[in-house]
Design a binder for this molecule. Structure first.
Ligand SMILES: Cc1cc2nc3c(=O)[nH]c(=O)nc-3n(C[C@H](O)[C@H](O)[C@H](O)COP(=O)(O)OP(=O)(O)OC[C@H]3O[C@@H](n4cnc5c(N)ncnc54)[C@H](O)[C@@H]3O)c2cc1C
Length: 383
């Protein structure tokens, strides 16, 4: 794998870096304190093509390869993980899944709106009673003439209160476990669907996270995405690619931690010299730097495998596992470099640590990634 970026890749990375400096960085602290990212950011992301990366141009996407997608999500993650999450979910989990599994009508209906930022998507898999064990979800979609009627509750749904469409997973028959699950595209203004913001998050405070309650939500049969009963495979294929973008976002957090820690270590003086000149501070900085490189290389490998049409799911789990744990370590080490000032939200590292913490939990916890990797190594499922 050639690690040199092409001119196009460097251009899109630079575009994302400048976007973060102009549209994100000045507002990060205020959005975090207000628990609300300004929603106008979505249209701006769409205008630059960031919500259409890797989606075919005939459906309004901006094309591009998966390394470009990683570069953009890394830059956004360096700026604000709440903003990065908008892209990872609306594009990575929803639009890309419609592009892979949707029929022509579904692609024409949703992709131009999602890729332009006119509409936002959310991914409704987790429920109050099922997180890691998603195949045992309880939401039901009962056939009623030409329609389905959906009842159930979804929990912790990113973009939930902002979204125009939810990629919803529901049980359509009584087959045990994941075999009875189907996927649906449900407009969020459908009668019977209500949303409640989840407040009090440790991190990602600016992100719209919601509980969705569906009571007698009626959708036409044309809302079914992919074949009936294939919903769990659709969810897992979405998450495998999604893990690459979470990993890239984590590289962004780790890089931001490194940049902040190196800068501060050069400015802060103790014992008559910059703390950067104390060997144990250099150890903290070097530990962060090695984590950044290792996480980035694992993540780029996933992009390379996808773009070459190779099997990538296990590599995506390895990248997500390593990068998410590394993001927590890096932010924590950076906070140590900042001393007491790192504990105050006028400095960036406390927020990096709070935002990083969820990365080892969502899109499959670290334990679940280890089970996926273990299954690939042994051929035996420990789920
Ligand atoms: C901010 C935020 C945003 C989210 N966004 C979305 C979203 O957009 N869409 C969506 O569908 N979900 C979303 N989630 C949900 C997220 O994916 C789940 O929280 C996650 O899958 C874990 O599920 P759980 O919280 O129910 O934990 P549980 O599954 O109850 O796990 C609890 C603990 O048990 C461990 N555990 C569980 N099973 C095993 C096992 N077999 N072996 C070993 N250990 C195990 C876990 O690793 C964990 O440590 C979000 C969550 C958060 C916090």
């Amino acid at each position: 794998m050639d690690l040199t970026l092409s001119e196009e890749q460097e251009a899109v990375r630079k575009l994302a870096e400048e976007f973060v400096a102009r549209e994100v960085a000045p507002h990060v602290v205020a959005w975090d304190r207000a628990e609300n990212v300004d929603k106008s950011i979505v249209k701006k992301l769409g205008d630059l093509g960031f919500l259409g990366l890797t989606v075919p141009e005939e459906y309004g996407g901006s094309g591009g390869d998966h390394l470009s997608y990683c570069l953009v999500t890394e830059e956004l993650g360096r700026g604000d993980s709440s903003v990065r999450g908008i892209v990872s979910v609306s594009l990575g989990l929803v639009a890309k899944t419609i592009a892979s599994w949707g029929d022509e009508d579904q692609k024409r209906t949703w992709l131009p709106r999602l890729t332009s930022g006119e509409a936002i998507g959310c991914f409704g898999l987790t429920e109050p009673g099922t997180g890691s064990d998603a195949g045992n979800l309880a939401t039901r979609a009962e056939r009623d003439g030409g329609d389905y009627v959906v009842n159930g509750t979804k929990m912790f749904i990113t973009n939930g209160t902002w979204a125009d469409v939810v990629l919803l997973f529901a049980r359509t028959n009584d087959a045990p476990g994941h075999r009875g699950v189907s996927a649906f595209l449900v407009p969020t203004d459908t009668p019977g669907l209500t949303r409640r913001t989840v407040h009090g998050k440790l991190g990602l405070r600016g992100q719209a996270t919601a509980e969705l309650v569906l009571q007698g939500v009626r959708v036409p049969a044309g809302a079914l995405l992919g074949p009936e009963g294939k919903g769990f495979s659709i969810a897992m294929s979405a998450l495998a690619k999604g893990r690459m973008s979470v990993a890239a976002g984590c590289v962004g957090i780790a890089q931001a931690a490194l940049d902040a820690a190196v800068r501060y270590a050069g400015e802060r003086e103790q014992f008559g010299k910059a703390i950067a000149r104390h060997q144990l501070v250099q150890e903290l900085l070097s530990d962060i730097a090695v984590d950044v490189d290792a996480a980035r290389l694992l993540t780029w490998r996933v992009a390379d495998l996808i773009d070459r049409g190779q099997e990538f799911a296990t590599a995506a789990s390895k990248a997500k596992l390593y990068a998410s744990e590394a993001a927590v370590r890096c932010a924590n080490n950076a906070l140590q470099v900042f001393g007491g000032y790192g504990y105050i939200d006028e400095y960036p590292v406390g927020k990096l640590l709070r935002d990083a913490r969820v990365m080892t939990l969502y899109e499959g916890t670290s334990q679940i990634q280890k089970l996926i990797i273990g299954r690939a190594l042994t051929g035996v499922s420990a789920f």
